[in-house]
Design a protein. Structure first.
Length: 107
């Protein structure tokens, strides 16, 4: 891992500073990462909707874990997983769409 041990100071207006901070925040990056990527000509891609898909996947995982615990305790004889499978299919499809959008934006 590289060590960032050099500081660069720039002058800008308060408005410009705020705009740069806002853009960094929109992309989910620190100010340093945003400025470095921008200055070095790296493409900055934002995966919109990823947080929602992650939340859904975590929910599915918790549900499966609860089913496994109850099954191991002998408190379940049969489980209808149709709803959980449908949830997983929707989340996976959304993740695929986000990945396609990111791939297209990278050109």
């Amino acid at each position: 891992m590289r060590k960032r041990n050099v500081t660069i100071t720039i002058r800008c207006t308060e408005n410009e500073r705020q705009r740069i901070y806002n853009k960094a925040r929109q992309h989910g990056l620190t100010l340093s990462d945003f400025v470095l990527r921008s200055a070095l000509g790296k493409k900055i891609v934002t995966a919109n909707g990823l947080a929602d898909v992650l939340k859904e996947q975590k929910s599915i995982g918790r549900n499966l874990n609860q089913i496994a615990v109850l099954g191991n305790m002998g408190r379940l004889n049969a489980v209808n997983l149709d709803r959980l499978v449908e949830q997983h299919e929707r989340a996976t499809a959304a993740l695929c769409e986000i990945a396609k959008a990111v791939a297209l934006s990278r050109g």
